[in-house]
Design a protein around this ligand. Structure first.
Ligand SMILES: Cc1cc2nc3c(=O)[nH]c(=O)nc-3n(C[C@H](O)[C@H](O)[C@H](O)COP(=O)(O)OP(=O)(O)OC[C@H]3O[C@@H](n4cnc5c(N)ncnc54)[C@H](O)[C@@H]3O)c2cc1C
Length: 414
């Protein structure tokens, strides 16, 4: 099959590597104009099997740092240190924090080493009914195809969502209208334990600290209004957020910003359709849930792997349908899990061992607590996020232990 991939980010490069490994004729278009600050620096353990499959874990470990878990700090008083070591089974019990441009380069090089060709250019496409076609100038850049259109176009254009925009596909949007600003800083206190990501609850949102080599990625996430009250420009807002939070200001007296400030907005959206006659969307081009829990890079890479799996085992049309269903399922599962963090129920459930004991006194407390934390670790790591069993445990605990069920906040279609 002649396959063209629009975009060489994590989703496009992993798709390129896996499909080329199976002997497909793959061309990746990428603009190669990444800024230094791109969101997606904190990975979850679910990416490790993909890195190993591509044979690049050592390279990633050389540019990144080992991430043992995440500490959630709610309102400055309540700390919940979450460690991937509570994962059960043979799952890797760690992840990495990575600088995005270098990480993306490693993935692209893996795709090229697998046989994919990369063209540094912005790909231009046109819609022809439900077909996605390369425009003549873009097609001409792939001289070996002699003017023939590809059999499959993979939209890996990220938040640009080229196919969705071209075909007017509607999107399900999440309940929050947040803005994110982030930058790299020197002088933050070292993370404890080393490499641990830290999430701080703020008055109107939350902040992340992702330790990288020699610096810290610090970001704030708030709704538009609260963010604009912090100042005119993004750098000013980042500083005001630190000054305005007692705990953050205590831990950040000597910081110095060493990068541009990156800004993201309106990112919680999932396409209602992720494939068509000859095209399919992967990664953010299909959907992005929310940065809380850092699932984006894993979903992007996993979507590429799911697509490859489906294409390897059935006819293209059926493969695209099945892939699209699986991807929607994964995105929905993450959405549900993340909701537990935003509504604070996960922190209530953390103490559910004690509550369980009152209701089911015959169960050993340690067993219940251990079981709940393994279940949570499996879900937040990306290994069992979509598993009906794990989701069922969480929902049951929510309903029976906390005696209520919050469900998912309503999502609008735009
Ligand atoms: C505030 C925020 C924080 C986040 N933090 C994290 C985190 O800590 N951990 C995590 O896992 N995820 C995080 N994410 C999500 C993560 O950034 C994305 O999920 C991930 O980048 C998706 O990868 P992708 O390959 O789908 O798209 P992208 O990384 O966006 O790559 C798409 C690429 O395609 C190229 N492109 C687009 N159009 C064309 C074209 N026409 N021709 C050629 N090239 C083109 C672009 O230049 C780009 O390089 C965060 C997201 C946000 C909004």
């Amino acid at each position: 099959m002649k396959i063209v991939i629009l975009g060489g980010g994590p989703s496009g490069s992993v798709a390129g590597a896996l499909l080329a490994q199976r002997g497909e004729d793959v061309v990746i278009f990428d603009e190669d104009n990444r800024p230094d600050t791109i969101a997606g620096e904190s990975l979850v353990p679910g990416v490790i099997p993909i890195l190993r499959r591509l044979g690049i874990e050592d390279l990633v470990s050389n540019i990144g740092i080992h991430k043992p878990g995440v500490t959630f700090c709610t309102r400055g008083i309540n700390e919940f240190a979450f460690s991937f070591t509570s994962l059960s089974g043979n799952y890797p019990r760690y992840a990495y924090n990575v600088p995005r441009p270098a990480f993306d380069r490693i993935l692209q090089e893996a795709a090229i080493a697998s046989g994919a060709r990369k063209i540094v250019a912005k790909a231009e496409v046109i819609a022809d009914g439900d077909l996605l076609q390369l425009n003549p100038a873009t097609l001409e850049m792939i001289s070996s195809w002699k003017g023939k259109q590809p059999d499959l176009v993979i939209d890996a254009t990220g938040r640009r969502r080229l196919s969705a925009k071209l075909f007017g596909i509607r999107a399900e949007v999440g309940p929050r209208r947040d803005v994110a600003h982030f930058a790299h800083f020197e002088g933050f206190d070292d993370a404890v334990p080393s490499g641990q990501v830290r999430i701080n609850h703020l008055a109107h949102g939350w902040a992340w600290r992702i330790p990288l080599r020699g610096k810290m990625s610090f970001g704030i996430i708030m709704d538009h209004e609260a963010m604009s009250r912090l100042g005119e420009d993004p750098a000013e807002r980042l500083e005001a957020a630190i000054r305005g939070d007692l705990q953050l200001s205590r831990e950040t007296s000597q910081i110095r910003r060493v990068s541009e400030v990156g800004t993201y907005g309106n990112y919680q959206l999932i396409s209602t359709r992720g494939y068509g006659a000859n095209w399919v969307a992967v990664g953010d081009a299909f959907g992005f849930v929310d940065p809380m829990l850092s699932p984006g890079m894993m979903i992007a890479m996993q979507s590429a792997s799911m697509l490859d799996e489906e294409l390897a085992s059935r006819k293209p049309r059926e493969a695209l349908q099945r892939y699209s269903r699986r991807m929607s399922h994964e995105l929905r599962a993450w959405m549900e899990l993340i909701e537990f963090f935003y509504n604070g129920r996960i922190f209530e459930l953390r103490d559910c061992g004690r509550e369980c004991l009152k209701r089911f006194p015959f169960l050993p407390l340690e067993f219940v607590e251990g079981f709940m934390s393994r279940n949570m670790a499996g879900m937040a790591s990306g290994f069992t996020t979509g598993s009906p069993f794990s989701r069922g445990v969480l929902r049951h605990a929510d309903r029976f232990v906390l005696g209520k069920s919050a469900g998912i906040s309503p999502h609008a279609i735009i």
